[in-house]
Ligand binder design. Structure first.
Ligand code: C2E
Ligand code: MG
Ligand code: MG
Ligand code: MG
Length: 275
């Protein structure tokens, strides 16, 4: 009993230096069982066309309902999964589940799946993606992967994986764009179809400061390079209006819809969100 108590206490109360390791051990062990225990599920957030709000795609986002801790956000457990390597089997489950969902969605809706740096560096990653595509029978044209600038920055292995995914016919989205290394040179060496402009810029789009200037400039870059641009984290009608006025065609955010369980997707498609 003392041991059990100790295990739960370390995760919360250990000194800061041990905290990361303790959290990893506690959460990591639980996470290892979570897939088989059915504690994970995917939700899907609409990406809409401005200004009408017609859904053109959905982003797949993982959720974990821990039996004791309740909902653990991906911002907490994805980093643990990356540090412990669990992201490899977890990422495969995520991709498979998202592909199974993509097969059921009415065309031309596409599904966008987040892929982490660690997955991209895994030697077997591309083979595993190929297997999942084959087994689920998903049309690759219905699939995008989201990678961050940081994941591919200065990393030849990760870049090679992104190129291989692109060669297989998947679309590549650069996620949280503007928050990572933001090397514009990346756009020369990494195949990209979509720029996802980070919420931190969108948050301040209605003020006349640097974020608004950057959001405007990023759209010009996207246009020049013939990429789609998606504004992330749109929460207010003012932001949506401003983005539309700037020329943004695609947006995502709570204003349009929270991430939804798979069962709610079909209804959403039949009955578009209006703002
Ligand atoms: P992300 O890929 O940039 O995903 C967007 C995040 O912003 C999601 O948080 C989404 O719920 C949230 N969001 C969308 N619209 C709004 C809004 O209007 N306001 C606010 N405040 N938030 C909004 P979530 O699902 O908690 O995911 C956080 C991050 O965790 C993701 O950022 C992604 O980096 C990672 N993640 C989530 N699911 C997966 C996954 O299946 N695989 C991997 N590798 N990473 C994932
Ligand atoms: Mg994303
Ligand atoms: Mg994002
Ligand atoms: Mg973001």
């Amino acid at each position: 009993a003392a041991k059990d108590r100790g295990k739960h206490r370390t995760a919360r109360f250990s000194p800061e230096l041990d905290q990361v390791a303790a959290e990893d051990a506690g959460l990591g062990a639980d996470l290892r069982r979570a897939v088989d225990a059915g504690e994970l599920h995917m939700v899907y957030q609409p990406i809409v066309e401005l200004p009408a709000g017609r859904t053109v795609a959905v982003e797949a986002l993982v959720r974990w309902r821990h039996p004791l801790r309740g909902a653990v956000p991906p911002s907490v457990f994805i980093p643990v999964a990356e540090r412990t390597g669990l992201i490899v089997p977890l990422g495969a489950w995520i991709l498979r589940t998202a592909c199974e969902q993509a097969v059921r969605l009415p065309a031309p809706l596409t599904v966008s799946v987040n892929v982490s740096a660690r997955q991209l560096r895994e030697p077997d990653f591309i083979a595993s993606v190929r297997r999942i595509l084959d087994e689920t029978g998903v049309d690759v044209a219905r699939l995008s992967v989201e990678v961050t600038e940081t994941a591919v920055f200065d990393d030849e292995l990760a870049l090679a994986s992104v190129r291989a995914l692109r060669a297989m016919g998947l679309r590549i989205a650069l996620d949280d764009f503007g928050t990572g290394h933001s090397s514009l040179g990346l756009l020369r060496i990494c195949p990209v179809d979509v720029l996802k402009v980070d919420k931190s810029f969108v948050d301040e789009i209605c003020a006349d400061g640097p974020p608004a200037v950057i959001t405007t400039a990023l759209l010009q870059i996207a246009r020049g390079l013939r990429l789609d641009a998606v504004a992330e984290g749109v929460e207010t009608p003012d932001q949506a209006e401003r983005l539309h006025a700037l020329g943004y065609r695609y947006a995502q955010g709570y204003l349009f819809s929270r991430p939804l369980p798979a069962a709610d997707l079909e209804r959403l498609v039949a009955d578009p969100v209006t703002v």
